[in-house]
Design a protein around this ligand. Sequence first.
Ligand code: GLA
Length: 420
Amino acid sequence: MTVERIRAWQPGEGARRATEAFRGAFGSEPDGVWSAPGRVNLIGEHTDYNGGLCLPIALPHRTYVALGITDDRTVRLVSAQEGGGAWAMPVAEVGPGAVDGWPGYAAGVAWAMAQAGATGAGSAGVPIGGFDAAVDSCVPYGAGLSSSAALECAVAVALDDVFDIGLAGSDHGRALLAQACIRAENEVAGAATGGMDQTAALRARDGHALLYDTRDGSVRHLPFDLGAHGLALLVIDTRAPHRLVDGQYARRRDTCNAAAAHLGVPTLREVDADALDDALAALDGELVTPAGATASPDVLRARTRHVVTEIARVEQFVELLAAGRVAEVGPLMDASHVSLRDDYEVSCPELDVAVEAARAAGALGARMTGGGFGGSAIALVRTTAVDDVAAAVAAAFDEHGFEAPATLVADAAGAAGRTV
Ligand code: GLA
């Protein structure tokens, strides 16, 4: 069975496509083209809004944004993926509640960067004027590979450059740009996501996995060269519809906040894995969450157990990686999947079938990646087995009557920046 492989564009191709879209829509030349990658998370899922650890890599698949400053104080956007002509709004009107759909991710970044304190340099925001932008992307859309963060971060580095803000030149500045992108996503696009995706897109390094500690915002770059170990990371886009804005994600976040509050800690990161049983025992009553939902003790315990054990798995994964023993991380990936499926309840039949079929076909480990409820799974496989594992997953999907999956092989790529 042949399985679709999602190709990553070369930078020249991405730049050409975005430039042509720009010329077609606006009849002028852009000031440049910037791009930002999608990501896959190796391990550490649903930990980023719990003060925890996660370990993403940036994908070679990127979103390209051709952008040019204008003098009419209006944002104009077109997207090759979305079609439908140009979207436009005066810069001053962009903000929470004002923008529907995909433009919120792009225009929202301009709003967030202009907010007070966005540069970290004091109380003033940065002046963002009018601009035109055209977007094209080879990051699979809606596949749990952070196409939205790639869009935000490509716009962020473009605005940083054309308005001479100068944040993209340092890791500290990039962390501030990531904060602006997170605000755009949370407050303008209305998705209550954590921050791993934007951090990966802006702060990852080519050939490295990014250990992101969301408690203090620090990052560590760990060499990640699977090829040197005869291994590859197969990403399986299940094509099951994936929606983060539908309330389930926000509900998980709310439940975790409730559990932490009940335990008297700022976040579940502060629950020591060695003291997990005591913490679970202390979650003994039904309680009302910050958002006003009720959560049973069983649900609170299951969600807490996932977060605490998942953070411990990231630590173990990093130890193996640092010791050159990446071939041994498979069982941690498997355990992560079981925890996400049973305790966190964010998997779905397509993800479970992908993971099981990959393992049965010889993957060393496999798990869902990203927010879940659809999206993608990852499998650690011997380089020689990539095609067989992909074919086995496709055959299993066929047997279950699922839409055919698509795949890609993920090498750790570089962060957002100027392309031309
Ligand atoms: C989505 C969110 C991230 C993170 C993951 C789960 O991708 O955007 O912030 O919470 O889900 O790990």
